[in-house]
Design a protein around this ligand. Structure first.
Ligand code: CTP
Length: 417
């Protein structure tokens, strides 16, 4: 599957030139990174190349130094301009892109090793990282490689999947580095996106499935994993927003967003309602990504005993949080609802759009494979205003989040916050 970046609106230009660290690992595709460097320079970026020692067996530092904004570096030591090149490069970068990323480089990065300048810079940076793996198909398909990539994705690294075609040694298969133009385009979108599209905007997000207690040890819940809500929180934080995440589930946040996202733990629909209503007024945008119970029940104070036979559970309607948020919205506030559907998706989505009074409805067909609950990926349709429905084809929940937040950015009033 090819990773297709979603469109981002251009950020307000910052005065300084975007700074890109271009990492090159030791694979035959390293020759393409010369062209990538040129394309990044053509976009006006400041590019600092780092070659691993093995990369220099395939391409020369002279070529990179001649085309880049500063000399190509290959080592942690002996740099006449700075004694600590990895922190200098890492903290100044707007984006770090590694192309090609070999299986070895990916493994070292996933392990947190820092045994050369490139891996040390990857650890030292808080900038978004894009990895562009390239290797033989047999290597690409190894569970070890895929698990390392899954770990890195979980930590917020963007992975541009390799393409199919000719590989080194006359072989064919999946593992080819995408064309430099594709990589440069992705870098551009990330630069634009991560340079503050939501700078100063406050976003309140709910995540996970609500838990309605039956007794002190049992509850009724749903299949929501909280992944989409967490992904939204992480991406919003990287786009410059102040984020509050009201969640029923605890998931690991990436290092770069851990300190900035305010996490509030709740369990039931009524606890989530209270937490959201308390904070809604002070947020520019509210996103109800949580799967909230439509029905709740009166919990027993004591554990129900088997000897008493199957319990009779009496449900009553749960509070509709989204409806209450919409009823109390303040001028200019953007409210986003989700619609999980399994049948007549388009008709039901259109009805929900009419009914909910939200600014943006994110519709997913949760019966489809790879979509919605419990999956790493999602596929959604965005409904807002008079615009044609926009289908975001299946991709990681982080990428879906970028598309949703790009749309949110267009819905915020001019000059917000
Ligand atoms: N929602 C909410 N409070 C509830 C139930 C749902 O705020 N008690 C929110 C969800 O977070 C989501 C939206 O309402 O953003 C739509 O949820 P969904 O379950 O798809 O729709 P419902 O209106 O509950 O309709 P139905 O269950 O009939 O599909």
């Amino acid at each position: 599957m090819t990773w297709t970046p979603s469109p981002m609106p251009s950020a307000t230009p910052k005065s300084s030139t975007p700074r890109i660290v271009l990492g090159v690992a030791g694979g035959i595709a390293a020759y393409k990174s010369v062209e990538l460097l040129r394309l990044l320079r053509d976009r006006g970026y400041h590019v600092a190349p780092i070659l691993t020692p093995d990369a220099t067996r395939f391409v020369g530092t002279v070529t990179f130094s001649a085309l880049a904004s500063e000399p190509a570096r290959t080592s942690l030591y002996g740099d006449p301009t700075t004694p600590i090149p990895h922190t200098y490069l890492g903290s100044n970068a707007d984006v770090v892109v590694v192309a090609p990323a070999t299986a070895h480089l990916i493994a070292r990065y996933a392990m947190g090793l820092a045994d050369d300048l490139l891996t040390a810079t990857l650890l030292a940076t808080r900038a978004p990282v894009i990895l562009c793996p390239a290797m033989h198909e047999e290597m690409w398909e190894q569970p070890s490689v895929q698990e390392n990539l899954a770990t890195l994705r979980r930590r917020g690294v963007l992975v541009l999947e390799p393409e199919s075609g000719h590989l080194a040694g006359g072989d064919e298969g999946t593992g080819r580095l995408p064309e430099p133009a594709t990589i440069a385009e992705l870098v551009e979108r990330v630069v634009d996106g991560y340079r503050g599209v939501l700078s100063g905007v406050s976003v309140l997000i709910s995540a996970g499935g609500s838990r309605e207690a039956i007794d002190p040890v049992r509850f009724i819940t749903n299949r929501s994993s909280g992944r989409q809500g967490y992904a939204l929180a992480e991406v919003a934080a990287r786009l410059g927003a102040r984020v509050t995440l009201v969640t029923t589930v605890e998931r690991e946040l990436s290092l770069d967003t851990r300190r900035t996202i305010d996490v509030v733990r709740v369990e039931s629909a009524s606890e989530m309602h209270e937490a959201m209503m308390l904070r809604s007024a002070s947020n520019d945008c509210v996103i109800m990504a949580a799967a909230v119970a439509d029905f709740t029940l009166k919990a027993s104070n004591e554990k129900l005993k088997r000897r008493d036979g199957p319990p009779e559970l009496h449900f009553e309607p749960a509070v509709d949080i989204l409806a209450d948020l919409v009823a109390h919205r303040h001028a200019g506030q953007v409210i986003v609802g989700f619609a999980a559907e399994t049948t007549d998706v388009e008709t039901n989505a259109a009805l929900k759009w009419q009914k909910k009074g939200v600014d943006l409805l994110v519709v997913n067909d949760v019966s489809a494979n790879g979509v919605g609950f419990e999956y790493q990926t999602n596929e959604v349709v965005l409904l807002s205003g008079d615009r044609e429905p926009e289908r975001i084809s299946q991709r990681s929940k982080e990428e879906v989040s970028r598309s949703i937040l790009a749309r949110v950015a267009t819905l915020l009033p001019e000059g917000a916050p």
